[in-house]
Design a protein around this ligand. Sequence first.
Ligand code: CDP
Ligand code: MG
Length: 766
Amino acid sequence: MGMERKRKVSLFDVVDDTCVSAKLAKTNRFAVHGNGTNPLVNRWNGRPYSKRYLEILQKRKTLPVWHQKEEFLQALKANQTLILVGETGSGKTTQIPQFVLEAVELEIPDKRRKFMVACTQPRRVAAMSVSRRVAEEMDVNMGEEVGYSIRFEDCSSSRTVLKYLTDGMLLREAMADPLLERYKVIILDEAHERTLATDVLFGLLKEVLKNRPDLKLVVMSATLEAEKFQGYFYGAPLMKVPGRLHPVEIFYTEEPERDYLEAAIRTIMQVHMCEPPGDILVFLTGEEEIEDACKKISKQVANAGDVYGPVKVVPLYSTLPPAMQQKIFDPAPPPVMVGGPPGRKIVVSTNVAETSLTIDGIVYVIDPGFSKQKVYNPRIRVESLLVSPISKASAHQRSGRAGRTQPGKCFRLYTEKSFNNDLQPQTYPEILRSNLANTVLTLKKLGIDDLVHFDFMDPPAPETLMRALEVLNYLGALDDEGNLTKLGEIMSEFPLDPQMAKMLVVSPEFNCSNEILSISAMLSSKCHYIVLSILCLESNRLSKWKYNNGLRMLLLSLRMHACLPVPNCFLRPREAQKAADQAKANFAHIDGDHLTLLNVYHAYKENNEDPSWCYENFINPRAMKAADNVREQLVRIMVRYNLKLCSTDYNSRDYYINIRKAMLAGYFMQVAHLERTGHYLTVKDKQVVHLHPSNCLNRKPEWVIYNEFVLTSRNFIRTVTDVHGEWILDIAPLYFDLENFPQCEAKRVLEKLYKKREREREESKN
Ligand code: CDP
Ligand code: MG
């Protein structure tokens, strides 16, 4: 006891990691941790530290944040909110949470008292990858003391004290635990990304901090906008971690590139053949493009012959399986023979490598100047992911990746003039470019009713908020006063778009919740963001997003593809496209693509989830497994809210009809009508759209619901199902109220249907 008093360790006292066990032993605290007296015993699990732990520790101590560990812990002790700014790779994400943990743990050494530290990440790959790294650094098993949580995947346990989670997941946790009471310290990382969820968390945490004096907040960012954060958080102290960047030489193209992908591959080959050793990092926009590029690079490298060193090409994007994600950290391959040319690693990545993940050893960066960005047009309620020119700030971050370990080079595949004139200084915060229906539902659930006065760092446009309220009102999630309804409350429990949530919640009424669950799970394996056409974009005056040269490149290079966690289930390898299309035709349902997805899911289950069956039928087993996992989690939510799991008899003629009606009950705002001209027009918004060539219909139905609005060379609607005009009247009378319906063919058809209905009613009366 006496010793205990002599060396009182209080919250956020400064402790060096190596000797913490020794100090604990000295202060008698080892008893609490059950470590014995060995300073080389891991205080988390009582096991001796591995050799690897000590090796990594040496490396960790060279990271810039370690030089300011003491200063950081003191600042944290003295303040409730702290802003930390540091160059990418300085050790913020991996080290700071461990420093924080150490401090908290010493304050609350009683293992029975639960304490936790959360560190948010805008990207799921980063959450997974960083938590794995930190588990290794702490010498504990992944998912035990250190874990991660992302949508549809929770890798943490009751032992978890440090959790990396996507910002969206922390927001979801707040819905169940409004004061986030399980956490002692919350770290909002990558704050400069200004994702929608992070922005909402800013406002929310500001409130929570007022109510919880014991909670601390650390906001971490890679240099940008730090002063803005400071102003927003009542002048919270700002700590800067000086980076140690080597000089990076920047090259521009002399002429605009027609095809950035082709230009990127050409540049990679030039670097590989002409530049001294060093790894290459290339920024592309998404999975399909990256996989395609990887194949092409490998082929060209093979063609170049063995005069040049061996090459390892590694992709990096969000849907990559975790084992593959780790490969980006593998060293470059060794020379083929002693004294031969050295090997090179080529990482082909999405924006995730811009600031979220740091790969050591990169010397050359190739920056085509594009990334996939969300754009929203509230007028027609269309949100899209569009391959768009990046900002100057992004370009700067990208080039910085080349100077981590030695002087490097960055090849920008655009002209210097384009850089100066076309690129925006900063990327707009996501909240200004998003459909806010989901966010508004979350905020309502969190009890924030006055959205207009919510403390947003950058308030969204009133029109966007109005649109969100309107959508939720049509869906029945909010009443006419804007209050959350019982239905809305249940809808908010699903980590899905409000439309899909609505479809699930009402599916028992249509006696088909089992099938709607399968369809929802399969749809979550696709992008349900809708892609906006450039024309809409301009008409929405978003043209202040200057494209100019960029626009030309953009039009030439638009490639849209799935962008959500779970990949598309249909495989279509280039060398076997015909066979793949035939295989897909076997699953086709003439009434629509949603039902085709249901057929695939059923067949997968009937064939016992057999991967070889999948390959024979050109089905992606990974997508199916992911869909199955999603389904399981959705079932859990259904059960928790007493939503019945039921099916219509398969032999009944209503089996598919009920499913289609339930889908309409969620997606009635995504209906298109076939005009006499032979084109489809989206209802109310009157956009000309075409059925995507991938559809399974054998005809052009008069009315269809669609899951996404895609732009390639023209407007397509993808994943469509036939619905009937009569159903529309029954299921969505409010939305299809003809009093406020723009003049169009669809309106005239609906008028006739209403009249017919009235006549029938009259007749039945007589
Ligand atoms: O967050 P910040 O950009 O400041 O740095 P970090 O992500 O904490 O990375 C610090 C160091 O850890 C870098 O040198 C990374 O290369 C290394 N690291 C690693 O080797 N393996 C990982 N999975 C993650 C980080
Ligand atoms: Mg980081």
